[in-house]
Design a protein around this ligand. Structure first.
Ligand code: 5GP
Ligand code: MN
Length: 325
């Protein structure tokens, strides 16, 4: 169901009549998962007081400046009449809250991932939206609910981080209009930009140096593969949140169409991020590995050793017709 009017009317009806409501974003939350969850929470509260925004994973340090983080309720196995997931493309992305999903009377999925499995009773998946935060903004507007400065900050951060400051092709005129209307609430945009983009740690800087030293290029430099393992993090004094932006470093090289970043999570567990610029559908590749994402940004988890993973990826990348890129 993609018609915003129809969805909004249905949404309002369900929320107003719900006994209680839980809202949850994905594990390893990013700016969009947290921003859309907090923004939606304050909107839903205007319709139904008995609402909760659920914390299922740690908030990354770089987002600690967001207003309203204290509104999160630690999830510990509760059931809700209505459960809303945001920014989660499949039910395995919401960690322990899958119990709440399986045990609710009605579930609502709000997302923008093209690979979304539409696992809710009602699914509002807008694949051409920049972010779930943009989808949430459009919904709040359609419902005629009010947007406070704090709500606007959270939603703005979701849009900003998922578009990488309006750089990616997922930014549309609708995205910019949403951002403009959010800014009109009067929040301190410079404070947000400072916190997101001008507070990198020294550990992050040293990790950048390591990535530059270790990136491998193939297919005439059209693909780049970098690995970040836990030893590198320790040596650099970096943490897992310092990894996030490193894939942009290699994707932004002129010759590179496909960037691949392999992160060690644990012994024989790796998280792979893929990015492309114009030709390669990385969502398709990631879905084949049990993950998902968007055409130009995707990810998946892998169990096995690093050389197995690399061999498998190269085999898959060999299938791409590089002569056309
Ligand atoms: P990132 O590389 O930043 O972790 O993720 C890029 C995109 O791919 C995000 O939109 C994210 O939601 C999606 N993604 C990353 N990892 C997974 C995964 O394991 N499963 C699914 N379904 N999507 C993922
Ligand atoms: Mn998102």
């Amino acid at each position: 169901m993609n018609d915003i009017r129809e969805f909004a009317a249905n949404f309002k009806n369900i929320i107003k009549n719900a006994e209680n409501i839980g809202i949850v974003g994905h594990m390893s939350p990013d700016g969009d998962a947290i921003g859309s969850a907090l923004g939606l929470y304050d909107a839903v509260l205007q319709l139904n007081n008995n609402s909760y925004v659920l914390k299922i994973d740690e908030i990354p340090e770089y987002l600690n400046f967001l207003p309203g983080l204290d509104k999160f309720t630690e999830y510990s196995g509760e059931k809700y009449d209505v459960l809303i997931t945001v920014d989660a493309s499949s039910s395995d992305r919401i960690g322990d809250a899958v119990y709440a999903l399986e045990n609710c009377r009605q579930s609502i999925v709000i997302d923008h991932h093209i690979s979304n499995e539409k696992f809710g009773d009602i699914n509002h998946v807008v694949a051409d939206a920049s972010s779930t935060s943009e989808v949430v903004f459009d919904l709040i507007e359609e419902l005629g609910l009010s947007i406070s400065e704090d709500m606007a900050s959270c939603i703005f951060v979701g849009i900003l981080t998922d578009t990488n400051r309006f750089l990616y092709s997922n930014s549309s005129s609708n995205t910019l209009r949403a951002a403009a209307k959010l800014m009109d609430t009067g929040f301190d945009k410079d404070y947000i930009l400072y916190n997101l983009y001008q507070t990198n740690t020294m550990g992050s800087f040293r990790l950048t140096q390591k990535v530059i030293e270790n990136t491998e290029f193939c297919y005439d430099d059209k693909a780049a593969i970098a690995v970040i393992d836990n030893d590198m993090l320790n040596i650099c004094g970096a943490d897992k949140y310092d990894i996030e932006d490193k894939i942009n470093l290699i994707r932004d090289i002129r010759s590179v169409e496909l960037a691949c970043l392999i992160k060690e999570v644990d012994d024989d567990i790796y998280k792979v991020s893929l990015r492309s610029k114009r030709f390669v559908d990385v969502s398709k590749i990631c879905t084949e590995y049990g993950g998902g994402g968007h055409i130009h940004a995707g990810g998946f988890s892998f169990r096995g050793n690093l050389s197995e993973l690399k061999t498998s990826l190269i085999k898959r990348f060999d299938e791409i017709d590089w002569s056309k890129i």
